[in-house]
Design a protein. Structure first.
Length: 416
């Protein structure tokens, strides 16, 4: 297939959107597909040297060309870039490429322009609902904007040929808003990188010199992750909190969690080693559409305590692979964590069941599902175009019929 991937976020900024896109690119390369990536640059001018550069000076990722558009930093989070560029410019790019399908990763600004451009050219779009942006509004001091942002989400996904959601919560959420053509597409997990075999006793001794059990969090240190809620875990006997990640809220969180170890940003096998060395993973963010870090902890045989909203509802079998707590119930979060930290037998049982529950979720199988969704979008778009053509022809026929003289008109005068 010939595919254009429009990424609202991309390298060098690593997050869930970028990670998913990189796995998709790797899969499409192995299949022999033809792909072009459209993404924001890391500055308002100039390209980014984040991947190989070919002899013509073109940036490439997984061997595919990357087209960068100028961008501006998002307020309060400068590492997140908002791409400039008009619908007309993106339409020109798509018209030159003429892809079979346009994959729009977590659309918001750039993605919305791509959806409009693709529709004007009659191209199918597969939009990935991956970020619950409207719920971020209150946490970024914009509570008045929440409903406006939801209306924007409605427009984007109603206009898309097909929307892929990562969880049953998201499917219900969008369906209630009247959005149709929804399919579930979850995320794969790298069982080699995130594995109980990567548990590192030397690292554990460094992080817990007194033999404490390690309670960990992995993710962006930003308002929407609600990392400050982990202060409720302070003082659980024989435990230490480990925060893995960086972000704009780091300084504030260091003050709020003075006894925690901040490991900074980790990636690759080093991240796998840190995750596997934890005894318990806790995720308090209520705006997770999926929560890949939970799945990575589970495949490393680390049980989970998570808020009972969004993606974690599908991932955590409460009472078997971890515990879910009611949003806002920080006492419940603490009690669940204290149970698994204080009961070695229960923690080992939950850890094994967590590991079992995520077996078989390889990126290979998940990306094969994506190819099937591409094919569905192409078929659905062809049906839509045929329907539009028939409707147009019928309308033109009616208009033409109104302007033509009736066959019996003037018959008496002309002796018909």
């Amino acid at each position: 297939m010939k595919v254009v991937i429009v990424a609202e976020s991309f390298l060098p900024h690593m997050n869930g959107v970028t990670n998913s896109v990189l796995h998709v690119l790797s899969h499409l390369r192995r299949r022999g597909d033809e792909v072009t990536i459209i993404a924001p640059s890391a500055s308002f001018a100039g390209a980014d040297v984040t991947a190989e550069i070919d002899e013509d000076g073109v940036e490439r990722c997984e061997g595919f060309p990357v087209m960068r558009l100028p961008s501006l930093p998002f307020p309060d989070y400068p590492k997140v870039r908002v791409a400039a560029g008009t619908v007309a410019r993106i339409r020109g790019i798509l018209d030159d490429i003429r892809p079979d399908v346009v994959h729009v990763a977590s659309p918001f600004v750039l993605g919305w322009r791509a959806i409009q451009a693709a529709r004007s050219l009659g191209l199918p779009t597969v939009s990935i609902y991956q970020t619950e942006v409207p719920t971020y509004a209150a946490r970024y001091r914009l509570p008045w904007a929440e409903e406006l942002l939801w209306q924007h989400v409605d427009r984007m996904h109603t206009t898309s040929t097909l929307t892929l959601v990562p969880s049953s919560f998201c499917k219900d959420q969008l369906r209630r808003r009247g959005i149709r053509r929804l399919k579930t597409w979850r995320r794969g997990v790298d069982a080699d990188r995130f594995s109980p075999d990567r548990r590192d006793e030397a690292l554990r001794a460094e992080l817990a010199p007194n033999g404490e059990r390690l309670i960990g969090f992995v993710g962006r240190l930003a308002a929407e992750k609600q990392v400050q809620d982990l202060a409720a875990l302070e003082g659980i006997p024989n435990s230490r909190l480990v925060i893995i990640g960086n972000g704009p809220a780091e300084a504030q969180l260091r003050r709020a969690l003075p006894n925690a170890h901040f490991a900074g940003f980790r990636s690759g096998d080093d991240l796998g080693r840190h995750v596997a060395s934890l005894d318990l993973f806790v995720h308090p963010g209520e705006a997770e559409t999926f929560c890949q870090t939970i799945q990575e902890a589970m495949v490393a045989a680390v049980p989970v305590v998570a808020v009972g909203r969004g993606g974690p509802l599908d991932l955590v079998d409460s009472g078997r692979t971890g515990w879910l707590y009611t949003p806002g119930d920080l006492d419940g979060m603490r009690a669940a964590a204290a149970h698994l930290i204080g009961d070695d037998e229960a923690r080992a049982r939950f850890a094994h069941q967590a590991w079992e529950s995520v077996q078989g979720r390889s990126w290979e199988s998940i990306c094969n599902q994506l190819i099937g969704h591409y094919a569905r979008a192409v078929e659905a778009n062809e049906r839509l175009l045929r329907m539009q053509a028939k409707s147009y022809l019928a309308q033109q026929s009616r208009l033409t019929g109104r302007g033509r003289p009736h066959p019996r008109a003037g018959r008496g005068r002309r002796g018909w």
